[in-house]
Design a binder for this molecule. Structure first.
Ligand code: AMP
Ligand code: MG
Length: 395
């Protein structure tokens, strides 16, 4: 059976890079920056005070100086501070001409219109123009995911709009006669199509724009027709109907819809029955139906693909070594991905496996910090051994 590594490589070799588009910085969170963002102005833009205090000349300190004015933030003082004098200044206010040093209020003793100031080093509590970012600096690299810090920095440099990889339009199609919409009380033998909600959320987290195409029953012609219609999107995700059951039609439907199959079945647990193929430039992921398998297969294959389509430089989650106090046993053959919470023990991360690891047990994903990976060829992990874990965002 195909290894996870080989399956990942096949996906990556086949996903296209989408064109870029401009978006408002207000809508750019989680999107992938298309080109390096260069500073067109310095930060800070002008020399200013890092403290609420008194602006003066270091050469006049220590001393008792007359206070000759006040500089609030947003109100530059153009008049120079005369030698032997001080002005009150607030954090973020431009340093007035003549002053070279700030003494913070806490170190000063004000007495009417005079102030006693201790000795200070030239330039104390002064933020120099350009000390954070110089004109021409690349502040955010191409392919970076726009997080809070990147958005703040780009905004500080006047970026009202940013060019990002187009959000992949992802079609989500659920299969199964048993599925009903969340708003419908399930009848006998029916369950809610819950995986559609996990998939839509995970797509959004990956910067993509999901559309739920609804549910299709376990019938070949209907599945083929729904799949064919879904191929107008940038990527397609189906759930269920992809294993070897009597009513699993996704694989045959992929063929009928003209999707060229790149693989079916990956040596992993959960998530073995997983089909991937392309029609033209459109990747199609036939994810397994069990909800935990769906989520893990998305994590391992779909999320990296959606990020790559947007031009992300980094598509994999970070990994870390974790201690497995309980050890683990399994037959050789498939890699296991175990849901775990992580606790710190000094410098080490300790994985506490969720007691219910069944692929249909969605409750194991709640509070799950990491997927502990037990390699395909491993049979026994000794108690206390260190293994690799994929770090998920805190859930
Ligand atoms: P399948 O792969 O179609 O045989 O489905 C495997 C298991 O996952 C069955 O118990 C299905 O009822 C369940 N399942 C399939 N699709 C979904 C879904 N969209 N939401 C929740 N459970 C599902
Ligand atoms: Mg099914």
């Amino acid at each position: 059976m195909l290894s996870v590594t080989e399956a990942s490589a096949r996906v990556r070799a086949r996903v296209p890079r989408l064109p870029t588009e401009p978006v408002s910085i207000w809508a750019a969170r989680g999107r992938i920056l298309a080109a390096p963002w260069r500073a067109g102005r310095p930060l800070p833009p002008w020399t200013n005070s890092a403290m609420d205090g008194f602006a003066c000349r270091a050469a006049d300190l220590p001393g008792e100086l007359p206070v000759v004015g006040e500089v609030p933030a947003g109100h530059p003082r153009v008049e120079p501070v005369p030698p032997g004098a001080a002005v009150r200044i607030m954090t973020g206010a431009p340093l007035p001409p003549g002053a070279d040093t700030i003494v913070m209020f806490e170190d000063a003793r004000a007495d009417g219109d005079r102030v006693v100031l201790p000795a200070a080093k030239l330039g104390d509590h002064v933020r120099r123009a350009g000390e954070d970012v110089a004109v021409g600096d690349v502040v955010v690299a191409a392919g970076a995911r726009l997080d809070a810090a990147a958005l703040a920095l780009i905004a500080a440099l006047g970026g009202a709009e940013v060019e990002v990889g187009r959000a992949p339009r992802v079609a989500i199609l659920s299969t199964g006669d048993e599925l009903v919409d969340v708003a419908t009380p399930p009848g006998p033998g029916q369950i809610v199509d819950s995986s559609a909600h996990a998939l839509a959320a995970m797509c959004r987290d990956a910067g993509a724009a999901p559309t739920y195409l609804g549910r299709v029953g376990d019938e070949l012609a209907a599945t083929t027709a729904a799949l064919t219609a879904a191929l107008g999107y940038d990527a397609v995700i189906t759930t269920g109907g992809v294993s070897a059951g009597d009513h699993d039609h996704v694989r045959t439907a992929l063929d009928g819809a003209g999707v060229e199959l790149a693989f079916w079945k990956v040596a992993m647990k959960p998530g073995k029955p997983l089909a991937f193929g392309v029609r033209g430039a459109t990747p199609v992921f036939g994810l397994p139906g069990n909800p935990v398998s769906t989520v893990i297969a998305f994590e391992l294959f779909v999320r990296p693909a959606l990020l790559a389509m947007q031009g992300a430089a980094e598509v994999d989650r970070p990994r870390a070594p974790v201690v497995l106090p309980a050890g683990y046993r399994k037959p050789a053959g498939r890699a296991h991905f175990l849901r775990a919470r992580l606790d710190r023990d000094g410098e080490r991360l300790v994985a506490r496996l969720h007691p219910r690891q069944g692929s249909a047990m969605m409750s194991s994903m709640i509070g799950c910090h990491a997927l502990v990976e037990i390699p395909a060829d491993a049979e026994a992990v000794a108690p206390g051994a260190t293994v690799a874990a994929i770090l998920l965002e805190a859930r």
